[in-house]
Write a protein that binds this ligand. Sequence first.
Ligand SMILES: [Zn+2]
Ligand SMILES: [Zn+2]
Length: 817
Amino acid sequence: MKLLPKECNFLEIEQKWQREWEEMGVYRFEWNDESRPVFTIDTPPPYPSGDFHMGNALNHAYFDILARYKRMRGYNVLFPQGFDCHGLPTEVETEEHYNIKKTDLTPEEFTKLCNQFVDKYINIMRTAIKRLGCSIDWTTEYQTRNPDYWRKTQLSFIILHKKGYLYQGNHPINWCPRCETAIADAEVEHTPQQGQIHHIRFQLENGHTVTIATTRPELLSACVAVAVHPDDQRYGKYVGKNIQVPTTNRTVKIITDDLVDPQFGTGIVMICTYGDKADVKCVKSRKLPVIMSIDEAGRMTKNTGKYAGMTVQEAKNAILTDLKNEGLLEKSEPLQQEVGQCWRCHTPIEILERKQWFMKTRKLTPKVEKTANEITWYPDYMKARLIDWARSLDWDWVISRQRVFATPIPIWYCRKCGAIILAEEEWIPIDPRNEPPKLDKCPKCGSKEFTPETDVLDTWFDSSITCSVHAGWPDREDWQKRFPADVHPSGTDIIRTWAYYLMVRNLALFDETPYNSCLINGMVLGTDGRMMHKSLGNYVATPEVFGKYGADAPRQWAAAGGTTGSDIPFRWPDVEYGWRFQMKLWNAARFASLVLKDYTPQQEPQLQLLDRWLLSKLERATVIVTAALEKCQFNTAIEEVRNLTWHQLCDEYIEAVKHRLYNPQTYGEEKRKAAQYTLYTAIYRILQLLAPITPHITEELHQRMYAEDKKDKSIHTAPWPEPDEAIIDEEAEKYGDLAIAVVGEIRREKAERNMPLNTQIKTLTIHAGSKKSAHILNQALEDIEGTCKIAEITVLPTKDKGREVREYPNVRFITEY
Ligand SMILES: [Zn+2]
Ligand SMILES: [Zn+2]
C-alpha cells in the first residue's frame, strides 16, 4: 500500500471525484438490466428559483444517501433529476424585472423572457446539486417547459378528460388579483393579521335597526342575505324579515345558517358573494343570487355603483366614510384575523366566479386515504398530514390558470356551437394559442372556426406525473416495471401539494399509487433556530458552505441533524465537527498506510483479543448502520460510524497496537500481521459504511488504499458489507472493553502526574478482583504492557487497594515508576 500524503485538500478531491464519477458513468441507470432489482427515487424537480439553500441541500443529501446505499446493496438505482420550470414566480420576476405586465407582450415574447431566467437559474441549481455530490444519472434530466414534457402533461390531460375526471365550470375559486389568476387551495397561505371589525347599522322594514359586524364593508354591495344561528334567541324574531343593505337600495332576507358563530361580532352576519368559504356554502345551499362586486384585477365592478373602478382598499375607505356620514357606522375595533393570501405575492385573495377547468379530486379522497394507509411513511405519523389535507378539501382542484408561462391546455371551442374539441394524442405537444385543431370542421355542427383555450395548466399538473415519467411513461413499453416509485421524498411543506397531487393524479390515471413509500424531511431552520429567511439574517446559502467546507461535512450535518420529518437548525459547529471528523479519518488512514506498506491481503491470521474486539464492534456497527439506513434513520447511521471511528479505532485500538506494529522483533511477526489485518479490514469497513454519507473522502481513500486489491472501480459500486450477527463476538467485546479501560486508566494516571505517555513504568500490579477478570486481562497482557510501556506486569485475582478503573470498580492497580 502506498503512503498517503500528510494532508488532504478535501475541496479539491471532491470536485475531482464529481468530474470523474460523471466520466466513469458510475451512476447510470441501466434501463435494460434484468439481473439486478430496480430501486426508483421520485426525485423532486426543484423550482428554478436560482437559490439552492441549505434546505434543498438537506433534502438532496437524504435522497442521495439512500440512492448510494441502495446501489451498494445491489440495486439498479434510478435517481433522475428534472426541473419544474413553469409558474408564477418566474412570471412575477419577469414582470418586475422588465416592468411589464403579462398582457403587454404576446405569449411567445413573454415566454421567451421567462425562459431566460429559467436558463440562468437551472444552471445555478444544477451546479449546486452536483457540488453536493449527488449521484444523479444526468442523462435522465428533463425540464417541464420542454415540448417533450408538454406532450406528457397534455397526454395526461387527454386521458383524464376521456375518463371523465375533468370538467369545466363556473364555480367560486381562489383568485389572486395581483397575479390575475385562479389559484388552488394549496396555494393559499393563511396568515394572522391585525385588521378592523366595523359595526354597521342595518335598518329593518319596521324601522328598527340591528348592528352587523364585518371586516369587509366593501362587500356590502355583494350582500345577498343576512344570517343568524338558528338557536340564537336574540334574533329569532327577525328571521324571514327583510332588511335594508346600507349604501345600496336593496333589501335582503334574514335567514338562519348553522355556520354562523353566535360569538363572532354581534352574532348576525352578512352573506356576501363572496367573503369566505362559508358564504360559498350558504349561497349554494340556499340558491342565493350571486353579485360580483370585485373584478379579476381587484377593482370594484359596476355592480357597486359609485364605488366602481376603485381598488378594494379605496372602496373600503370610501364606504366607511359614507357610513359614518349617514350615522350608520356604530364603531370600528381592532381585530386579529386570519387572511388568505397568494402564496407567491402575498396579496389577499378574493373568491371569484369565473369559468375554470377542474379535476374531480374530492371523489378520490376515500381512495387517497386507503392508499396512504397502505404505503410506508418515514416517519409514520406524517401520513396523517396527507389524509387530513385530503379530507379538508371543500372544492375540487382548479387546474386552469390565467397565466402565460405554462403548459397549454389542449382544448379548442367551436365558435358556432361551442363544442369542446379535445386534442388527439397524435397532435401533442400542441399550443392551441398558436395552432388550430387538426380538424377540417367541427364534428358537431360542421363549422370551420375555432377559438383556442387561452388558459394554461397549473404547474402542479406538470409535476404530479413525475413518478410515471421517471419510470419511462408513456414511451417505454415496460415503464410499469419501474412504477410505482420505491420512494417519494417530500418536505413537510409540500405534502399537501406535491405528495397529494401525485397521489390523486396517478390514482385517476392508472388506478395505482404513484409511490410505495414517502420519505419526509423536515425544514431547515436558521442559525438562530427560527425559520431560515433572508430577511431574518439567519440565512445560509450553499455556496458559502461548499466554499468553506465542501460537501461531505455539510452532508454529515444533514445526516446527523435529526430523524426524518423533524425540523433541524443549520449550525456551523455541526459542519465543523464533520470537517474535523474527516481529518481524523484521514489521519487514521494515513497511519494505516504507513504501517501497511508491506501488507498484502491474506487469510485471517491468529488474532489477539483486541483485534477480535475491534472486528466484533465493527460487525455490530454494520448491523446497526444497515438497519438504520433501511429505515432512513440517517442520524443513527452517521453517529454509529463516527463514534466507532473516533473512539474505538483511533483513540483506543490504534494506540493499543502500535507496539506490535512497530516492534515485531519484540512481539513477533504474527502479532504484527494480526494488527495489520485488523487495521486493513477495519478501515475498509468504515469506508463502506460511510460511503453513502461522505462519498468523496471515502472514494479518495478507497482509490488510494484498496482499489487495487478490491477490483471495484469505485467504492460506490462496491458491495455493501452483508451484516452478519453471527460474527459478533460478545465475549471478545466485553473482555476487550475491560482491557481498554485498564489502558485508559493508566494513561489518565500519567496525564494527571504530568508524565509523557511513553514514560516507562517499572512495575504494574493489577488486582483484577476475580479469577475471571484476571484470566481476561492475561489475554491482553502484551497489548497493555506494550501500550503503556511497562517493564514488569503482574495480574492477580485479588481484591486490594489501588487506583480504581472507571466502570470496573473491582479492578484496581498499583504502579511504580
Ligand atoms: Zn399573487
Ligand atoms: Zn360546432
